[in-house]
Design a protein around this ligand. Structure first.
Ligand code: UT7
Length: 325
């Protein structure tokens, strides 16, 4: 049976220039390089300039993804931006990206599922591409998490960073098997009864301010390993593949211990996991496409490889997505 799948034909990413090390943070908050590395795996994070909004990071990542796909801004007919740190409450970051890139009139909107945003956005864009409604979709994860930090709260401010990653999705005809190029399956979940474990204490309809990120880290941690592992097995079922078939795992980069815990639970080969948490820290919805770009650019992820993305974040949301590159 012939089917249309959404194929990842280009990947790109962008990190702001400024690097903030653990030692830099230890100068003004009661923490240490040793604690941060041991508990999270993080050594440094990138931080955007004051005059560099999220849309700027998104645009640069998108330009690089379009170049990798051999496409131009005029070809784009859908923009989905996964972000929890848009430039403004509205318009959507996607509208600003469209203007800055010079993309013609098309659907453009944001998806807000916090750290799981990129996995959610891929599923949304796949709906357009697989139904013939888009021939060249830009799916972007872009965040400036440092804007949400309470710099006196050592339990959160050491964990996050800024950055953006993007993919181009184009339709490819397949035979309806897991050998097809393109997106093969998803699992998306949310448990709204756990909103109080990870949230921002502000917003337009509450305090009228942006607010700061608050997290009960060890409680989120407890949910992460079990739920992510279940989402991965469920996604593999949906895609018609075995976990052991996956060539590359590209996880959300929140904490190296979570990634290792999931790996151990599922018996994954750790050489098949793309890890960037050490240098990028947690960039929320941007972390997966940033890591994907690292794996593609350094030649580990090759055409035809089976790739699995997974994430968990505020909501609590979590999910996974499998595609053949
Ligand atoms: O991306 C969205 C999803 N988010 C996540 O997946 C994050 C999940 N959670 C985590 O990654 C971990 O829970 C953290 C890295 C946030 C914390 O690690 P932990 O091993 O769970 O530590 P903890 O929260 O249980 O805290 C242990 C101790 C506490 O001190 P006491 O009470 O034992 O004296 C904290 O006050 O570590 C202390 N602590 C710190 N010490 C130095 C917490 N933050 C710091 C810090 N520096 N930055």
């Amino acid at each position: 049976m012939s089917v249309i799948r959404s194929a990842v034909t280009g990947v790109g990413s962008y990190l702001p220039e400024q690097i903030v090390t653990n030692a830099d943070l230890a100068e003004f908050v009661d923490t240490s390089d040793e604690w941060i590395q041991e508990r999270t795996g993080i050594k440094q994070r990138h931080r955007a300039r004051d005059d560099e909004p999220t849309s700027d990071l998104a645009v640069e990542a998108a330009r690089r993804a379009l170049a990798a796909a051999g496409k131009s801004a005029e070809d784009v007919d859908l923009i989905v931006v996964a972000t929890t740190t848009p430039d403004m409450t509205f318009p959507a970051c996607a509208s600003i990206v469209q203007r800055k890139l010079g993309v013609p009139v098309c659907p453009a909107f944001d998806v807000q599922a916090v750290c799981s945003g990129f996995v959610y956005a891929m599923s949304v864009a796949d709906g357009f591409v697989a139904r013939g409604l888009s021939k060249c979709a830009l799916v972007i994860g872009a965040e400036e998490m440092t804007r949400l930090m309470d710099w006196t709260d050592r339990t959160t401010c050491v964990l996050f960073g800024d950055g953006a990653g993007a993919v181009v999705l184009e339709p490819r005809e397949g035979q309806g098997t897991s050998a097809d190029q393109g997106l093969l399956g998803f699992t998306l979940r949310c448990d709204g009864s756990k909103t109080d474990l990870l949230y921002v204490d502000g917003g337009p309809a509450t305090t009228g301010t942006v607010g700061h990120l608050r997290m009960l880290g060890n409680q989120v941690f407890r949910h992460a390993v079990v739920n992510i592992a279940e989402a991965i097995t469920s996604c593999c079922d949906a895609a018609g593949v075995e976990v052991s078939d996956i060539d590359w795992f590209v996880p959300h980069q929140a904490n190296q211990r979570i990634i290792k815990g999931v790996g151990e639970r599922l018996g994954l080969d750790e050489n098949k996991i793309i890890l960037t948490v050490e240098t990028h820290a947690n960039t929320s919805a941007a972390s997966i496409p940033l890591a994907l770009d690292v794996g593609v650019k350094d030649g580990r992820i090759k055409k035809g490889d089976l790739v699995l993305l997974e994430a968990m974040g505020g909501g609590l949301t979590w999910g996974a997505c499998a595609f053949r590159f």
